[in-house]
Design a protein around this ligand. Structure first.
Ligand SMILES: [Zn+2]
Ligand SMILES: [Zn+2]
Length: 92
């Protein structure tokens, strides 16, 4: 009467294609540690040698990378460099 094994197996599915697919190809993300994904569903497939991060965490990392590259300073909240606003001259 205990069929909890099925539930356990069911919980492991790819976070990208949402399918069970090839179980041997599934890996658990080392970053979020709750998503599982097929290696062949990864964005970095087949370039990467090892797959430890799901696409979600990969894209988040890319996001941070791009941001840190664009703004060398951490004060990127305000763009008050002499570009955006021009002070109005008094035109009489
Ligand atoms: Zn998949
Ligand atoms: Zn992840």
């Amino acid at each position: 009467m205990t069929q909890k094994k099925e539930e356990l197996q069911r919980s492991i599915e790819c976070c990208m294609c949402g399918d069970f697919g090839l179980h041997s190809e599934l890996f658990q993300c080392k970053i979020c540690q709750f998503r599982s994904q097929h290696r062949y569903c990864s964005n970095v497939y087949p370039k990467a040698e090892s797959y430890q991060e799901c696409n979600w965490c990969l894209s988040q990392k890319d996001d941070i990378k791009e941001r840190s590259q664009n703004s060398s300073n951490s004060t990127s909240s305000n763009k008050t460099n002499s570009g955006g606003r021009r002070r109005r001259r008094y035109s009489s």
